[in-house]
Design a protein. Structure first.
Length: 186
């Protein structure tokens, strides 16, 4: 192996290791009372969505990549820190849809104290650009499901998923918000 090939191989290995480190996530501490519950809905019938990425802006900037439930269309995280957040992109292993490439979008919200925060309900609409161009898309606000309906689905997950039942603070935030909305559990 010549020197150039060795350098390229080592650089590739380093990038793969770095990428794996960034992709791994440590579960949030269930006893951390500063973390909030953030949730939303995307009608992704026309898109293959496996995850949603929420970007935090300003101090403590970073990303939260959270699972998307294809069956319900709901996404949520129990580990959102205080600050400004919005959905940045979503997708799967093959396709990434950049929602906020041009700045702020409709999901933007400020988490100013621990609680339950709704990013909204949206419908993914694809615009076919023909065979030789990448398709475009838009995210349209959706009237259904309502915040209460989405939160009821999240509440069910918080109560039944073994990995989430220890997040009692977030479950409390969800119950309080659901009561404010006059909603019932799903």
């Amino acid at each position: 192996m010549d020197r150039r090939t060795a350098v390229i191989t080592m650089a590739s290995a380093a990038m793969a290791t770095l990428g794996a480190g960034c992709a791994s996530s440590t579960p949030a501490d269930p006893n951390d009372t500063t973390l909030s519950l953030v949730y939303g809905y995307i009608d992704g019938k026309d898109a293959k969505i496996d995850w949603v990425e929420i970007k935090q802006y300003g101090e403590g900037a970073g990303y939260y990549q959270i699972p998307y439930n294809r069956k319900t269309g709901v996404f949520f995280s129990v580990s959102i820190e205080q600050g400004a957040h919005q959905v940045f992109k979503f997708g799967n292993s093959d396709t990434h849809y950049m929602w906020s490439a041009n700045g702020r979008n409709a999901t933007a919200l400020k988490v100013d104290k621990p609680g339950a925060y709704f990013m909204g309900s949206y419908k993914f609409v694809r615009h076919d650009q023909g065979f030789f161009k990448a398709d475009k898309f838009e995210m349209r606000p959706a009237q259904q499901p309502t915040e209460a309906e989405v939160l009821a689905i999240v509440m069910r997950e918080l109560e039944t998923d073994a990995e989430l039942t220890s997040y009692v603070h977030q479950r409390g935030y969800a119950k309080a918000r659901l009561a404010q909305l006059g909603g019932r559990r799903a």
